[in-house]
Ligand binder design. Sequence first.
Ligand code: TRP
Length: 462
Amino acid sequence: MVQQKRSQWASNLGFILAAAGSAVGLGNIWKFPGKVGAGGGGAFLLCYVVIVALIGFPIMLAELSVGRRTQKNMVGAFRSLNPKWAFAGKIGLVTLFVIMSYYSVVGGWVLKYIWVYLTGGDFGTGATVYQDYFTDFITDPGEPLLWGLVFLVMTIFVVVKGVSKGIEKVSKVLMPCLFLLLVGICIRAVTLPGASEGLKFMFTVKMEDFNGDTWVMALGQAFFSLSVGMGILVTYGSYVPKEENLVKSAAWICVLDTGVAFLAALAIIPVVFVTLGADGLGMGGGFAFMALPEVFAGFAGGKIFGLVFFLLLFLAALTSAISILESCVAFLTEEFHMSRLKASILLAVPMSLLSAGYSLSQSEARGINLPWFDFTNGFQMLPMNAVMEKFTDNLMIPVGALCFCLFVGWSWKTTQAVREIENDGAKPFPLRGLWSVMMKYIAPVVIILILFFTIGKGEGLS
Ligand code: TRP
């Protein structure tokens, strides 16, 4: 058999932007501002930054080093270093499967908004029109399903084609555009009359908000946003040439991802305060969809801004979705020798069913009665959408990340990882001692504590 030369990123900037493309997605713009709201503002921001710097960054580095050393996909990588650990890669796969199922639904919402702007940007009239529009749309039992399917098919289309060269090129153009646009929207948002209330909320740290819930939420959100814990960065790391500096790259990915999340919060929270007051923070995940169209409607040319914003949100979501689906497809093609098309279709069918559950439970949650889909009342439990998000963010992603810490810290050993990170001494990593301690002791203990809190108290999952 001819040994195929493994693809590599054409440039380090390309790699950083592609990895940032995977990291920057709906998590930053759709989830983050809502969590800042739920976590009390400043306290959540502080917890978030601490977790990114002390836990997210070291784990990202570990994942990249496993990928570059083994040159394999997530399951294959674990297996080649220690076969007993292949299960950790499989945990990642299952989680990615669930994430992809709801990612495509929310991706579909973004597509719908692009469509609305393309067709004139008419959301109707009334005091709470943007809120009503969004709520009516996502609780509709039919339309969001269709848009979600369109998003999934688009993702599959790209993955089937194989876009290793495409992802890098596209990310290099899109990421800077997204960043600039977000800065523009932020400037508009923070200069709105009355925006200072929202800014005060964001930057006031209230001691009582430093509770277990806030830390659980910050940890889940940080891991989700950085795309760590699920082996995506193993795959991306496997394309990085030996001579590149992994530490610097990982630091850049963290900074870019966190920067975009902060900008998104700055763009959205002040507007929520201006238009709805503090009560608006209860909107949760709908911030971007309910608050931003209102800002765009408020100035000349705003509709074009709206269109471009949702287009970029779509592309940010698409690059993330591609990285998620790609990892599942790569596993099937490599382990079971099936074609990319077959693997994608095999995944798409159960994914669509799960997506439908996620989408329909929005309707259930708002009291639209679907007798053939009665999760909320029938089982006396949370709507399926909340269960799916909490299952991945608060349980599976931390468990996956814990596996990485234990694997790199105690099985493969940090000395091996450091050798890979330093490229056998060519790129000295001055903080290697500290990094090893974080990986072996501190990160696992923090994750276990937080998991214990989540599961032990039954909070975070219910
Ligand atoms: N990080 C992406 C976001 O913020 C989502 C994502 C892509 C992801 N790949 C992942 C989340 C892997 C967890 C694991 O939207």
